[in-house]
Design a protein. Structure first.
Length: 400
């Protein structure tokens, strides 16, 4: 099977290599590992220039918030046209973006088109004004014409059907996951030592981009409560983002700066080491986060760590205390602090939760399981498609 994967991503805080493409690379490599041919049309970032199992076509982009995505779409479309003349794709798979070029390429070359929706196409904070209305119209047009729409949460499935008019039989739930070979349990003391942290301390940890919806202001308030009662507790924040300056100021105002480690952005391969140094991992999403795929929770659990997370719909649909995640009401610092303290006070329970979480992710949410589900979906559509092409070839007497 010949896959074309299209993905546009831009992060102002990481203009040279955004972390949002990490799972695209993992998906492509996993498809190659089962014998498929994969070409990724990716923005021209550092990660697109690294040798990979899949074939990567780096797409140059012009600077500027408006012209950047347009230039990617136009050049990716032209590159696809050229490559399709030599070898047609079987499936064009793309993560939702404000462009029709993946759908157009699929139609031109007679391929199946699958769109992955990993968040609300028009998030609540972007729904107003002409831009929000235009994006909604574009999403409705594109998603209804894709052969399948893959959603990462049940809530996203309901949303694309109700808000964008996608037929129910075209919507398929395939949750995200993690690389269980990269993210795996490691000995805590060794991780603490290699990370240059204090072995006498206990670490509460967060990994991700510092955006408002992540709930990090609530986390700082909860940490303030925790540190007042347990002086050995430290906060380990891995990542960066637009809220970083405000968070540092908030920490300084609360007198917490000496007890917080800010790593900034780090190489992806180093993330498991820092998770391994954490005693409790957190995902304190805001209550108004909207639908999202809680990928950081999969990474935490794969490392065998207990997790405290906000009980928003996209989290409660997948996780519970039976698989390693303690759920708390979002935006409630006192509840977040209480749940973390309870785990610190019961190390045996924490270890059990971590072990249960690892088992849960390993069985259902590793890349092997994800690729099996995705290939199964594609194979349901491809055989009849290939039969139609054979009829066309026989009738015309030549390959089409």
């Amino acid at each position: 099977m010949n896959w074309w994967v299209c993905c546009y991503w831009y992060e102002p805080d990481a203009p040279n290599d955004p972390v949002g493409l990490v799972r695209i690379w993992a998906l492509a490599d996993a498809l190659v590992s089962v014998g498929d041919d994969v070409t990724v049309f990716a923005p021209w970032y550092r990660s697109a220039l690294v040798p990979r199992c899949s074939r990567v076509v780096p797409i140059p982009m012009l600077p500027g918030s408006v012209i950047r995505p347009i230039s990617y779409a136009v050049l990716a479309f032209l590159s696809g046209l050229w490559r399709g003349l030599h070898k047609r794709p079987t499936v064009v798979y793309y993560r939702w973006m404000e462009s029709l070029h993946p759908l157009l390429l699929a139609r031109i070359f007679g391929a199946r088109c699958i769109c992955e929706v990993n968040g609300e196409p028009v998030p609540p904070w972007g729904a107003g004004g002409w831009r929000g209305r235009l994006t909604h119209a574009l999403a409705s047009f594109a998603l209804r014409r894709c052969d399948r729409v893959v959603v990462l949460t049940e809530g996203l499935g309901h949303l694309v059907k109700a808000r964008y008019g996608v037929p129910g039989n075209h919507v398929v739930l395939l949750p995200s996951g993690t690389d269980v070979s990269l993210f795996h349990p490691m000995e805590n003391n060794r991780c603490v030592q290699e990370a240059g942290l204090d072995p006498a301390c206990e670490y509460i940890g967060f990994v991700g981009s510092f955006y408002q919806y992540q709930g990090l202001a609530t986390l700082l308030e909860a940490f303030d409560r925790l540190h007042a009662k347990r002086l050995s507790v430290r906060l380990l924040l891995v990542g960066d983002g637009e809220e970083a300056t405000a968070l540092r100021e908030q920490a300084a105002q609360r007198g917490l700066s000496p007890w917080i480690t800010w790593t900034g952005r780090i190489p992806y391969a180093r993330v498991p080491l820092l998770i391994g140094a954490m005693d409790v991992c957190v995902a304190p999403f805001c209550g108004d986060r909207g639908e999202t795929s809680p990928v950081k929770i999969f990474d935490y659990l794969a490392c065998g760590k207990p997790v405290v997370a906000s009980a928003i719909p996209s989290v409660t649909a997948l996780f519970s205390q039976s698989n390693g995640v303690v759920l708390v009401e979002p935006d409630r610092a006192e509840l977040l602090a209480g749940a973390i303290m309870a785990l610190l006070n019961r190390p045996e329970e924490s270890r059990r939760l971590g072990s249960d979480g690892r088992t849960f992710v390993e069985k259902r949410f590793g890349w092997e399981a994800i690729v099996q589900g995705l290939r199964g979906l594609a194979e349901q559509m491809v055989p009849s498609h290939q039969s139609q092409r054979r009829v066309l070839i026989n009738n015309a007497g030549e390959r089409v």
